[in-house]
Design a protein. Structure first.
Length: 737
């Protein structure tokens, strides 16, 4: 049993693999948080509360004359509501018909469920024992249900909140965050992820001041500026040591995550749907559910927290049809031909990779309607007779004859003003009547809050998928939403738009992904503009960035791996000079960095040398040997090019029988330092064989020696020459005994 309730103390103990989450119903009936961290016993922790009772200078809870410790501004909350003396960030704010925003939700009942109920209309973690805690408003018949899901084999807690209107009047939700968590201490650092096009995944570690720090999105696209993720860490926490408490929201639209350092020695974490430009009309008898948030804890540093997320997501979140099997190893047409995707251009590319082990050819943008460039055609999902006069079948047959599967690109949520769809249904594009909408990448966004628009998209995309033998879909989303407005919503519901957009997206994904269960879907959003757990629920991997430069990818993939497993991070080997940076890196480096994820290729194979084509065959074979590490292994980050001239990671199998170390020296310098790297995660008592094929290196070392003495990066090639810039070094490690 993972959830235990003590009826005498009214304490709840939620116990995961290595964690305990403890809260209780206090003397006033309010759920108060006591502990989240390393696994502990089922002790009575009220002493931590009683010690704090005294003159607080705060407003007493309603009905009490003297506050002492009895103040909502002092309680360590599981849910926080506006008013009644609570001045910290609240997770819930409701507007009653009389204009009041006051509520006081207190314990009514609870249920311990053997299996987690589905979260209607939104993706969430699967399975797990679940606590449903019901609170009733002291001032009305409103109820709030707090859900907590815990797993025996994972150190994560999944939480969300449901607001039930049991009154006979409509209520307006002004804020509905997914959680509140008050953590001991006021001297923490906050780890967040900054994003920009082609520069996704930059970690930012900031000392928390007193007051509020917020990361958010207002674009209805989850990761264009930040990621819906943060970690509260101690000043001394490193990659390998110290406490790390992670927060990751399963949501794809506008969100806010906040950390507030108070005056009582606690730090409040809260967040969920961004309440900027958000309200929700909750009619009598209706229930509103928030997105789910996943909280993780590790005392093994930031890396330990990452591994907890990786394991939990691979087992309980990512589309289970594909989570544990090899992903397609693709060659994508985009950087090879861009919009010039005629059979005459494509067939030689397909011919060149015959027999290399690449198993899927993906036809990217340019195959449909009038889509000869980015100015026209989006929304018209019919095969262009100009480009493919005989349809897609001859190309698909050619791909199959070459021993590969066929994949295709869509951007279902978008429309060009120059398209048949827009000319027929201009009202389907998001815009405010009487105004000129913002155009980005020469396109507009379809209003998928509307069922008729979603029905069109599903049928148009499904027709292509039904009529052609397709095994892979790349789903793109190249621009943000700039007008939160739907012509199908009344004025009083316009501020529901961005959440309704998310619900519309999930409906599309449900219908298309489940309608074609054999098809492997990859997410994309102008690169990593929508890289979040909700998308991973449907699409097993997401394109991490439009930047395929190997040096930049060491940073992008490093930051993305803070919360997401390698198997979810789509990475391609591309041509040089790189199309985004004009940088030239060795072909082997490009592949070695791309192997740290769901790998593939994106280049014109008719323009590379025969030697490079032979190298692709070897690279694919090497990746297949390590693919189980990408799918199931433990990641240990050792060096990063944000802070140094080096990048290094180790990926270790769960049984510690094999590992792969990938390192890169960014800039080559004469008379350079003798650089050592220190792998992690091996069995200290085992003996391993360490092999670097390029340098003809073969060592037999104990796990303890490998991790503590380290491995040395060669200063020169096997031929005695300087290796040059951006050189990677790969060590294959296998257990001997």
């Amino acid at each position: 049993m993972a959830i235990y309730f003590n009826p005498e103390t009214k304490f709840f103990y939620l116990e995961g693999k290595n964690i305990s989450y403890v809260f209780g119903i206090n003397r006033t009936g309010f759920p108060e948080h006591y502990y989240f961290g390393t696994r502990i016993g089922r002790d009575d922790l009220t002493y931590t509360y009683e010690a704090n009772i005294g003159d607080s200078g705060e407003a007493a809870i309603p009905g009490k004359v003297h506050a002492g410790g009895l103040s909502y501004n002092v309680y360590r909350s599981e849910v926080s509501f506006y008013g009644n003396g609570e001045f910290r960030e609240c997770s819930l704010q409701l507007l009653q018909k009389n204009g009041s925003r006051l509520n006081e939700f207190l314990y009514e009942t609870h249920e311990i469920l053997a299996e987690k109920p589905a979260l209607a209309g939104m993706p969430s973690m699967r399975g797990g024992e679940t606590l449903k805690l019901t609170l009733k408003d002291k001032l009305s018949e409103m109820r709030v249900h707090l859900f907590y899901t815990v797993y025996d084999d994972a150190s994560v807690i999944a939480r969300h909140m449901e607001i039930e209107n049991c009154t006979d009047e409509d209520v307006k939700i002004l804020r509905a965050y997914s959680f509140t968590l008050d953590v001991v201490g006021s001297d923490h650092d906050l780890l967040t992820i900054e994003n920009a096009w082609a520069r996704e995944g930059k970690p930012e570690r900031t000392p928390l001041p007193h007051g509020i720090v917020c990361v958010d999105e207002k674009s209805a696209s989850s990761t264009r500026r930040h990621s819906p993720a943060m970690a509260l860490i101690s000043k001394n926490t490193t990659e390998d040591f110290g406490p790390a408490l992670g927060v990751n929201l399963i949501y794809s639209a506008s969100y806010a995550l906040k950390a507030e350092v108070g005056t009582k020695g606690y730090t409040r974490l809260t967040g969920g749907i961004n309440d900027f430009d958000f309200t929700w009309e909750l009619s009598a008898g209706e229930t509103f559910a928030t997105p789910e948030v996943v909280l993780a804890y590790s005392n093994e540093g930031i890396g330990g927290m990452s591994r907890e997320y990786h394991d939990a997501y691979r087992k309980y979140l990512i589309n289970e049809r594909f989570a544990n099997i090899p992903h397609p190893l693709v060659i994508n047409s985009w950087e090879a031909v861009y919009f010039g995707c005629t059979p005459e251009r494509l067939l030689p590319i397909i011919d060149a990779v015959r027999g290399t082990g690449i198993d899927t050819f993906v036809l990217d943008d340019g195959w449909f309607g009038a889509r000869r460039n980015d100015k026209a055609g989006l929304g018209d999902w019919t095969v262009s007779p100009e480009v493919f006069p005989d349809g897609l079948t001859p190309v698909i047959d050619y791909v199959h004859e070459a021993g590969m599967k066929f994949g295709i690109w869509f951007e279902p949520e978008m429309v060009n003003p120059d398209s048949d769809l827009y000319r027929a249904h201009p009202d389907w594009a998001i815009s405010v009547p009487g105004t000129e909408p913002c155009v980005s990448r020469r396109q507009l966004v379809l209003d998928i809050t509307r069922e008729d628009v979603r029905d069109y998209i599903v049928e148009a995309v499904s027709k292509i998928l039904r009529e052609n033998e397709i095994d892979y879909v790349k789903w793109d989303f190249n621009r943000a939403i700039t007008e939160n407005f739907s012509r199908a919503l009344p004025a009083g519901k316009q501020q529901e738009f961005h959440h309704r957009y998310a619900l519309g997206l999930y409906d599309l994904c449900e219908r298309l992904v489940n309608g074609f269960p054999h098809i492997f879907f990859e997410g994309c959003a102008g690169g990593g503009g929508r890289f979040d757990p909700a998308i991973l629920y449907y699409f097993p991997q997401i394109w991490a960035s439009d930047d395929t430069d190997a040096y930049m990818r060491t940073q992008i993939q490093y930051g993305t791996s803070l919360f997401y497993p390698l198997s979810a991070i789509s990475c391609h080997t591309s041509i040089c000079p790189n199309h985004q940076t004009e940088r030239t890196t060795p072909f082997s480096t490009r592949a070695n960095i791309a192997h740290l994820g769901a790998t593939g290729y994106e280049l014109d194979t008719t323009k590379i040398t025969p030697e490079e084509l032979d190298e692709i065959k070897l690279q694919v074979a090497e990746y297949r040997e390590m693919e189980d590490l990408v799918l199931h292994g433990d990641l240990y980050r050792m060096e990063n090019t944000f802070d140094s001239n080096y990048f290094a990671v180790t990926v270790v199998s769960k049984d510690k029988a094999k590992a792969k170390v990938t390192a890169m020296r960014a800039l080559c310098r004469p008379n350079d330092e003798h650089k050592r790297i220190f792998p992690r995660g091996l069995d200290v008592n085992a003996v391993y064989e360490v092999v670097n094929k390029e340098y003809e290196l073969c060592l037999r070392l104990s796990g303890a020696s490998i991790m503590n003495v380290g491995l040395v990066l060669p200063l020169k090639t096997a031929g005695g020459k300087m290796p040059g810039d951006f050189k990677t070094f790969v060590f294959d490690i296998k257990k001997v005994y």
